[in-house]
Design a protein. Sequence first.
Length: 304
Amino acid sequence: MLNKTAFDDAVLDELEAQAIWAIRECASFQNPVLMYSVGKDSTVLLHLARKAFAPGPIPFPILHIDTGWKFQEMITFRDQTVAQLGLDLRVHSNFEAMQAGVSPFSHGSDEYTRIMKTVALREALDAGAFDLAIGGARRDEERSRAKERMFSLRGSGHSWDPRNQRPEFWNTVNNLLPEGSTMRAFPISNWTELDVWKYIRREELAVVPLYFASERPTIEVNGSILMVDDNRLTDEYDQPPVIRKIRFRTLGCYPLTAAEESHTNSLDELINELETTNRSERAGRLIDGEGQSSMEAKKLEGYF
């Protein structure tokens, strides 16, 4: 009988092999691009893509959608990773909306997300004429994610219809696309949050330090702890920052991403914590479930 470490390694080996197969299939499309959000999932996805084509480079560019509201540590980590690995990074923002002053405060989380993430993503994919976008979404994250195929067909305008998906039989990818259609690929669909962190530990991957507990300036808004990443937050809420020891389970735009008080500051502690909790990973995402702004509604418009 396998001990726990050997069993975990066997599971990770199988998940890795499946993901690498999917990433190699992505290279059969005309013009693929790999999404890089800088979080733990895209860190794993990027590592898997490097493994898939080693010793050569990743044969397609990397795309980051920058809203202008990401944590500063995320942008620093992104730029360091790109420089270290020599990646072909493309960064796209909805500059017209930025110039118009669109923010999480001016338009609310729902409309802000649509404009700065969904619209920006569609703009970037259209501008690059990308027929396949590779993302790090997992089926265990959220209910609408569970409806996705590993290769998910998107219609005109990058729209998603869960009823219009191709079957995943025989491990054969149909890369023929009707005119106006594109494809999304999710090579780590079958991974869990715990799998991701165990793989990060095994492969000794660096991640954004925000995932680990540290003393950081915070305010409390409607029962959620927000990190004060710059003075735009304190200007909006007019609160003096309070130092708390916090960490994040998921990363996004900092005014819409709640922290949790924690003393977890190592991978082993983080994994042990996840093995005993039933709290949703995305509980800290303040954009997932607000009526019309549910994740499924966003995906229908082209969001990842």
